[in-house]
Design a protein around this ligand. Structure first.
Ligand code: GMT
Length: 374
């Protein structure tokens, strides 16, 4: 198999969300391994460092025309991907999400014609769980998947759901997500001091974009149900507005317990201060935030849904969806026994390093690329 460095186009969403974060980290890892990576998005992905050698970013302006009923992104994206794909002789378009990215990649390769880049589509969840059942999108997603040269999902659970949802005449490979923690810039004590957390308080962290699927209502109810609630503080690192949950804070009398930091891009600056992670999503194809929490050796409490069991194995406390009392008693157990918390956290860290490090996962994507261009 040839081993020359590849030219890879990565198309992703730029916001704080697992898929964009994963795509950005993947691009950075690929570049350090000698490949050239061209990012396409409507804004610079939040964690993208443009000073990294061999990384380029192509901003795509959303199309506005008085002829259209609403702005259009897919066609300008396809045009930009075709232009750069042709000019740079890209080998692969690795698109994160079928809608609209794989559709744009399909159009771009049609425009380029012969020698067009191969298409690798990675599904992160929503294409299958939210858009798949929607008849306005389903056939387009199916078409984009069937016309990709390879399709990957981030968990076995999502692979199964995708096969059930669509008529696919193709294999799907599972390539799980990875994470590389960067060294924190502040000590645990410093961060706790800044957050106003005292030594005998137990800091629970939750990181997400707060979409409805993250079930922030349940998150707050678990804290409220804990018999150790007076010793618990909850830090929400929010990739979206917290305002819809303010009234619930008052209803549950949790205002003193909850600290919210909106748009916190660098989780490393907070995770060392935490004692546990709490995740209450009703759907989660992987749970990159959970993996990030594990990498910092913090025990995780979550629901047994989607891809979460594949990520945590036996290194977390998992409960049936909506078992608030069960989750609260797991939190209590961690508050009461720092040794248990430490051991569970260390087991999670070991599992994260063993199965979900860049060294383990990035070569699997490289193998997918080599396979499709072979
Ligand atoms: O979960 C979100 O709201 C964001 C979304 C995204 O695209 O960034 O996350 C999805 O992709 C992540 C990275 O693969 C996964 O860790 C998340 O589990 C997945 N979200 C869902 O399936 C709801």
């Amino acid at each position: 198999m040839e081993t020359r460095p590849l030219k890879i186009g990565i198309t992703c969403f730029p916001l704080i969300g697992g898929s964009g974060i994963l795509a950005t980290a993947l691009g950075a890892e690929l570049a350090t391994r000698g490949h050239t990576v061209h990012f396409f998005s409507y804004a610079k992905p939040v964690r993208l460092d443009l000073s990294t050698p061999r990384i380029f970013f192509h901003e795509v302006a959303v199309g506005e025309s008085s002829l259209f009923p609403c702005p259009d992104y897919t066609l300008p994206l396809a045009v930009k991907m075709a232009e750069i794909g042709r000019a740079q002789g890209l080998d692969v378009f690795h698109v994160h999400y079928a809608v609209p990215h794989a559709i744009a990649a399909f159009l771009a390769t049609e425009m380029i014609g012969e020698r067009a880049p191969k298409i690798v589509t990675t599904l992160h969840g929503t294409d299958t769980t939210l858009l798949g059942p929607n008849p306005q999108y389903r056939a387009a997603i199916e078409h984009a998947l069937n016309h990709s040269d390879a399709v990957t999902t981030v968990s076995e659970s999502l692979r199964r759901q995708t096969q059930e949802m669509f008529q696919l005449a193709r294999e799907i490979q599972v390539v799980p997500n990875f994470f590389t923690p960067t060294p924190p810039t502040k000590s645990r004590a410093e961060i706790r001091r800044e957050l106003g957390i005292s030594d005998n308080e137990f800091l629970v962290v939750h990181m997400s974009n707060l979409r409805p699927v993250k079930r922030i209502d349940l998150l707050l109810r678990v804290i409220a149900a804990s018999s150790r609630r007076d010793r618990i503080r909850l830090l929400v690192l929010a990739g979206g507005p917290f305002s819809p949950y303010e009234s619930l804070l008052d209803e549950l009398k949790l205002r003193q317990q909850v600290i919210v930091r909106e748009q916190a891009a660098t989780v490393e600056d907070y995770l060392p201060a935490a004692d546990a992670g709490l995740y209450t999503s009703e759907k989660e194809s992987f749970g990159l935030s959970i993996l990030e929490t594990m990498f910092f050796g913090k025990p995780v409490v979550a629901f047994r849904i989607g891809g979460i069991p594949e990520v945590v194995g036996d290194a977390a406390y998992l409960h049936e969806f909506e078992d608030i009392a069960g989750m609260a008693s797991s939190l209590d157990a961690l508050v009461d026994s720092p040794d248990t918390a430490r051991q569970l956290g260390e087991r999670g860290r070991a599992r994260a390093e063993q199965y979900f490090s860049a060294a383990h996962i990035v070569p699997r994507y490289e193998a997918v690329y080599r396979e499709v261009i072979r």
